[in-house]
Design a protein around this ligand. Sequence first.
Ligand code: NDP
Ligand SMILES: N[C@@H](CC=O)C(=O)O
Length: 432
Amino acid sequence: MRTRPLKVALLGCGVVGSEVARIMTTHADDLAARIGAPVELAGVAVRRPSKVREGIDPALVTTDATALVERGDIDVVIEVIGGIEPARTLITTAFEHGTSVVSANKALLAQDGPALHAAAERHGRDLYYEAAVAGAIPLVRPLRESLAGDKVNRVLGIVNGTTNFILDRMDTSGAGYSEALDEATALGYAEADPTADVEGFDAAAKAAILAGIAFHTRVGIGEVHREGITEVTAADIASARRMGCTVKLLAICERAADGRSVTARVHPAMIPLSHPLASVREAYNAVFVEAEAAGQLMFYGPGAGGSPTASAVLGDLVAVCRNKLGETTGPGESAYTRLPVSPMGEVVTRYHISLDVADKPGVLAQVATVFAESGVSIDTVRQQSRQDPDGEASLVVVTHRAPDAALSGTVEALRKLDTVRGVASIMRVEGE
Ligand SMILES: NC(=O)C1=CN([C@@H]2O[C@H](COP(=O)(O)OP(=O)(O)OC[C@H]3O[C@@H](n4cnc5c(N)ncnc54)[C@H](OP(=O)(O)O)[C@@H]3O)[C@@H](O)[C@H]2O)C=CC1
Ligand SMILES: N[C@@H](CC=O)C(=O)O
């Protein structure tokens, strides 16, 4: 074993960074054995230097992350600051100084992954980011390396713990959205500003990364169709239950049947209770991968939190250090092709549509005609009279598979019918 330690600069020492530092210290011998050389925490960049950080030598702490990265003796940079800047510049600077990078930064990788990979390759360095998608769950490397000889056709997953916690609470306790969000906040799952989670931005960033790796292509964050969970109601959840389903926020990345294009989307969807993703509870994540030769694979575990996320970061650290000692790099991204990303209108799936209609003769026929004229085939219809003084009933239509554009056309036409008083909800149905 080499005795001279590999030097690590830790950029950020918050929820994830502090756990990375702790495990680096407590598991120093194990890490050295795995790598073939000891690793030394050579500096820790933070914003607030006076904050007490347990287990961190104050002499290592600096607010000048740039100077730390440019020091000249750093072997690996771990970026766990988050956000776009200064993380992007710091990572680029690291490559320019011949340093490989481990990052957990999904927002940055979803936005600038291709440019960062190109910079890493230009300088013959590694960029690893297992922690950026689904926290502790090994997913990036299995897709990038273990399944490199297979053809992945579909990735379907729960990649945001906060929203899964909220939907799970709505399902199990009958809570409304706001009540479940309050509970997620109180328990520390949801941030003070939960927008990135509940509006699906976090899951969309992860979907862009997953689609890129799974299909060996590039998917920009703007090419991911995104809907959050803020419109999901207790009535939607109850309706899902009546159908033997539950509601999950899913990230779905698919390769077209002809292999010439891909789609990536994030939205709430009903899935049957028999589907393995239906049993993913609380803040857990799970991702289902369908590959041509391997068949169906499922990855499950904690998708967030300091310690689980640090586990993924440290796995990357070991891999990057081994590459460094072997004077090699991990799989590059230059072999990637560019498959077009099809718009949401071309996605084909099933739909659950809940309508408020006039409860009188002929309405069902009118509604069915609109579906037929739009080329959307109905699977089931359920009408529920409400003993409503306005004479309204609830009509729930579940369709067979149809293109999203055709469904949008159907809903537009339904809204024009006098007898349709409102479209209460539209939700996609995934899983057979
Ligand atoms: N938390 C989680 O469960 C998960 C997080 N991630 C990703 O990991 C990354 C880190 O997240 P997390 O640990 O939760 O974030 P935190 O907000 O807890 O920590 C951020 C750290 O970065 C430091 N920092 C902020 N700005 C600067 C700056 N300009 N220069 C130097 N240091 C700075 C902060 O310093 P100070 O301590 O002084 O404020 C803090 O130590 C993000 O990319 C996130 O998306 C990925 C998966 C799960
Ligand atoms: N906010 C995310 C955590 C990190 O990715 C989540 O709730 O899953």
